[in-house]
Each structure stands twice: as C-alpha cells, then as structure tokens.
Design a protein around this ligand. Sequence first.
Ligand SMILES: Cc1ncc(COP(=O)(O)O)c(C=O)c1O
Length: 400
Amino acid sequence: MEYDFDRVIERRNTNCTKWDRVGELFNRQDALPLWVADMDFPVPKAVVEAIKERANHPIYGYSYPPESLYETIVDWARRHYGWEIRKEWIIFTGGVIEGLQSAIQAFTRPGDEVVVQPPVYYPFYRAIKHSGCQIVYNPLKLDNGRYTMDLEGLKHLFVGRQTFPIHQPRIKMLILCSPHNPVGRVWTRDELTRLADICINNNVILVSDELHCDLLFHDARHTVAATLSEEVAQRTITFMGASKSFNLAGLATSYAIIPNPELRQRLLEVRAVRNSGNLFGWVAMEAAYRYGDDYLTELRQYLNGNLDFFIDYINTRIPELRVIRPEGTYLCWVDMRGLGLEPLELQNFIRNEARLALDDGFAFGPGGEGFQRFNLACPRSILAEALGRLEAAVEKLLRK
Ligand SMILES: Cc1ncc(COP(=O)(O)O)c(C=O)c1O
C-alpha cells in the first residue's frame, strides 16, 4: 500500500470548513466533525507534485484548461464508464453547484418546476430557489433498509400537471443524484432507464449529478445515465469532477458534459465565461485522473474497511440505530428514529451529548427527519472515537 489512510493529519487552523468551523456552525467546539463531504486524507502524491511544479512558475495570470486535460477526461470517461465523449462536450465549472445553478437558469424560467428526490443533497434546493423555480418532491421510498425511486409516483406528478387548465406541464427539469447523497444508492441500469423514459415522455431535461461516481463500495458498479441511449444523452447534462474522489473540493473545479449542442449553447448563454474553475484546479484534476488509479483503488479498499467497521459496530453495540448500507459515496445514512427523539432533540443529542458534528437528516428534505449522515472518509481511529462517543451517549439516554 502506497498510502497510509490511517494517519491522522491535523487539519485545524488551515481554514478547513470541516474542522475549523465546527464551533461556529454546531455551537460546540469539541464536537468531532464527520459532516461536510470532504476527506481527512491527503491527495495523491502526483497531485501535490503537479501543483508544486506549476506553482514554481511565478505568474498565475489568466489561463485556460489545457488540451491534455480534455484528453484526460475523455480517457477517464472511456476507461471507467465506457462512455465515449468528445472534447467539445465538456464545460468546466467552478464546482458542481455553480454549474448546476447555471443549468437551472439556462433550462427553466422563474416559476417553472424542478423535481428532486428527497432526502437529497440540500444545496439543490437553494440552487432551484435562487433561480425562482419551484421545488417538486418525488420522495424516495424506504423498504426494508433499502431506498428506491418512486417511479410510479413520478409518473403521477406529470399526469396531475398535464390536466392543469393551461395544458402545459410545468416541470422542466429533474435533478438526479447518482450515486445518491445521502442514502448511498448506486442506481441500477434498469432504474435509470425507467427514470429516463419518464423524462423523455414528458420532455424534461435530466440533470445528473454524478460527482460521487468513482466512490463505490465493494462490488457496486456505476452506470452513467447519458450512456443509456442516444435519446437520453441528448437531454442530459452530466456533472462530474475529481473533487470527491481525490479530495480536491477546495480547488473548486469540476465539469459538465453536454452531448446536445443546443443544450450546450443554452448553458453557455447564461454563463459569463465558458470555463470556470481555476488554474490549479485544472492542474490537480489532470494529475489525479492521469496518475490516480492506484490511489483510488487503495482509497476504496480503505473505505470498504471503514464501512464494515462502522456497520459492525453499530449493529453489535448500538442496535437501537439502523445503518442504511450505502453502495456508493463515502457517506452513511443512519436511521436514529429508534431513539424516540424529535428532529431538534436528535440534533441537540448528537451535538451536545454525543459531541459529534454530523449532517442532520431533516436538512436533506422530506423523509430525512430522524436520520443523521456520517462521513466515513477519515482515519479509522477517528471513526472509532466517534462511535465510542455515540455509544456512550445512547447508553446514557436509554438509562434515563
Ligand atoms: C451530490 C453532490 N453534488 C455536488 C456537491 C458539491 O460539489 P461542489 O463542491 O463541486 O460544488 C456535493 C458535495 O458534497 C455532492 O455531494
């Protein structure tokens, strides 16, 4: 193993959102942070080297993404997902949420509706509202510890709207989270096909946030929605990036892939610049994709170990909680409804009794109440400390 993911690296006092903002955001300085989705692991060595090399040249003026970066992304999509993309389909964005916001602005008008499937990554809501659109929920279904998409419910959403007096379906877009943050589903080809068919039948743009696609547990396999068929590709905007897989979120650089030239043109019309992101973000992404395969393999092995450890610990020592086993991402969604606490009581319990900084389930929208999201991308010793705190707090709560 080249990487030692067990090593604890002090992140405090580095303007690190996850660690340095805990006091301010959770009102509890000593809460152990397993919240926001970045990793307490170093980036691949090749990334550090590439940034150092570029940093050595002392002028950081206006720049553009190099040809070699486009080639690297094309190669990555082909090698990992069997997706043949073309250079001109790629638009770099300053993070996925920045790109998503442009996509909503480009393909909707204020008042239009956008479907999301909660519980889901909460910045989607802000992006929709900031564009003056309405959020339409198609909540996921939870049966026997497994989440699925409510595809029948989704069909019905359109039926209701098509009979609206104006005879104009107002749903213009569906935002898919694939793999799904926070519940960790890696959607199957069949599920994606059925979802895409509904989008096609109702003339809806599919925005597919696939930022977590490289992060798969055990034998999970990711299907890129746009590879389902040419028809799906022509109405899909896919967001990807190296920021989750290689821990580069602070470099605020990712990309959209848009095969349909008209959609691409419309997206570019609402953007002040074609490509955003930045010089160091592009350098880092290229190095990660070019030289990061071994890192990713080792990382996934380590995350598998963390997940097994986490699930085993909770099942054997805190059986009042139920872990929703994730297939992808490095996040883990835990059902704490068995503790019998109201959402705000649970928040208080997690922060002040367990002394943990986690993401509250209710923040992810309907269906999230009573859940907490853990970030497992940390050295196992930190995870063990977090679980120990949680176990002690639950014991104390139940003894009362
Ligand atoms: C599903 C998903 N999309 C987007 C983002 C944010 O990406 P960015 O930092 O590139 O805006 C995250 C971050 O956690 C995420 O989980």
